[in-house]
Design a protein around this ligand. Sequence first.
Ligand code: ADP
Ligand code: ADP
Length: 227
Amino acid sequence: DVQIDIRNVGKVYGSKTEEPVVALDGVTLRIRRGEFISLLGPSGCGKSTLLGIIAGFQSATSGQLLQDGRPITRPGPSRTVVFQDYALFGWMTVQQNVEFGLKAKGMGRAERAEIARALIAMVRLNGFEDKFPHQMSGGMKQRAAIARALAPDPDILLMDEPFGALDAQTRVLLQEEIARISSEAGKTVIFVTHGIDEAVFLADRVVVMSPRPGRVREEVLVPLPRP
Ligand code: ADP
Ligand code: ADP
């Protein structure tokens, strides 16, 4: 059951003053529904570019990208992104940040509040609903960002080095959490990282990318069941 079908996708960053940069060169990848994929490769190999194209934030220069048989042309609530720097709204509480993801759906106030509370509990931030981002640790901010990304009930959760800014201990905690959450919530996850341990620990399949120009070099099935 192919959910995302990436066919021969290329991306060239053009510039008037410098040489164009070939960030992706013929990437072909099929992702099944419910799969947890780690996209692994050294810095600069095009991981963020590929994630941005899947999200719909950027367009490919060549090739085709389909979700459930339809071309991906713009960002949408069926694909949400968690970034390394959390990207929470600093002027909103945790509750408001999470509810923000629900507003687009035209949901009533009470229903929004209830769903947000359930998501906040899922990421184990109960009791911190009324805190602002600056009042929380990095780990807690990333938990809030994960809850916000899950709010629109996306089919696909895209994560771009989500734990890269956290200390080692917090990172391990959140790795365990995202493994639990993704299987509980039944989401397809594409997890970008340059950490081999993290990639292998989390994924059903590790997709290894070559340095520039970015290509899929290898796909490795991870044989051990996840915790
Ligand atoms: P990664 O996420 O693996 O570190 P990126 O997708 O960020 O890789 O970058 C891939 C290549 O494209 C790099 O050489 C980077 O310098 C280049 N690049 C990324 N974004 C831009 C941009 N907006 N303009 C020009 N070059 C870019
Ligand atoms: P994690 O958030 O991944 O559990 P952290 O090391 O970020 O790990 O935080 C551990 C715990 O310490 C949190 O769950 C929270 O209870 C408390 N804590 C950390 N930083 C703060 C803070 N700035 N304000 C309130 N409580 C905090």
